[in-house]
Ligand binder design. Sequence first.
Ligand SMILES: NC(=O)c1ccc[n+]([C@@H]2O[C@H](COP(=O)([O-])OP(=O)(O)OC[C@H]3O[C@@H](n4cnc5c(N)ncnc54)[C@H](OP(=O)(O)O)[C@@H]3O)[C@@H](O)[C@H]2O)c1
Length: 303
Amino acid sequence: MRNILLIGGTGFLGTAMVRELARRPATADCCFTLPTRRRERAKHLLVLPTAQVVEANVHDPATLARLMAGQDTVISLVGILKGGEGEPYGKGFARAHVELPRKIAAAAKAAGVRRLLHVSALKAAADAPSGYLRSKAAGEAVLRDAGLDLTLFRPSVIFGPGDAFLTLFAKLARIAPVFPLAGAAARFQPVWVEDVAAAVADSLARSESIGAAYDLCGPTQYSLRELVSYAAAVAGHPRAVIGLPEAIAWLQAWAMEFIPNGPMTRDNIRSMRVASVCDSGCTLPFGRIATPLETVAPTYLRA
Ligand SMILES: NC(=O)c1ccc[n+]([C@@H]2O[C@H](COP(=O)([O-])OP(=O)(O)OC[C@H]3O[C@@H](n4cnc5c(N)ncnc54)[C@H](OP(=O)(O)O)[C@@H]3O)[C@@H](O)[C@H]2O)c1
């Protein structure tokens, strides 16, 4: 294996993914190609000598065909949390979670690239309550039908330095005297970004992972209320968390949809109606032991 294309590899998980691959003997010498919509967003990756960051529109089939040429493996990581409203999902979700995987599969097949690792989301299902989860399921289905050597990963919420989850709660705690919280009872089983990256990287050398789908979770389940209280306390700003009734939470989320980069949408609330936890009790594949949140989160939340 010489060349790995990471589509969506410039983000939170992608960055951990490239670093993990770059430090493993089996992949350290690989050339990693990282398309991005804006090169300056991926500056942090330019220091990796084997990473090539290229400004590209991955939705354009001709561009995708160029990126795919000469690759041995594709890791597909594009995901969005705000894709608009619609049935079965909003247009943004359709484009990023369904049409893009379809284009990736077509380009991979045309270029003779067989191995595809795809990151979806825990509890993605055609009958899930949110457009996010339904579109993630549709993307999985498209890839399963493509006949490639596919491995799917379905993480619960991911934590680590730079996450958009605990870090956001810690930041908000600094400015808010109390926490009015939508979905306070929602359940999560947060998984460390480096554990996710390691599991994906492990699968490259595991032929049994071809055709498999792995749910990825940390060792412990929490309510959202517990996680917010924890992040605020660890950041040095303990706060009272007030769970919002569903109708108010809904109204708050709707209002936030008008704010650019607003922290919540109605679709996010719908996603939280299903517990993002690993039902089977399993956490990570390939004998990996999941890292407890409490051993990692203080290292970056305190800072
Ligand atoms: N983070 C979590 O808690 C979590 C939990 C479960 C599943 N996941 C899944 O894991 C994957 C990676 O998540 P992440 O947290 O690393 O996300 P992220 O930090 O937001 O990164 C998203 C990546 O996708 C690219 N991207 C975003 N929207 C795009 C679009 N419309 N067209 C093309 N490229 C686009 C971004 O590239 P640019 O450089 O162009 O911005 C970036 O490389 C996603 O599929 C996500 O759904 C994440």
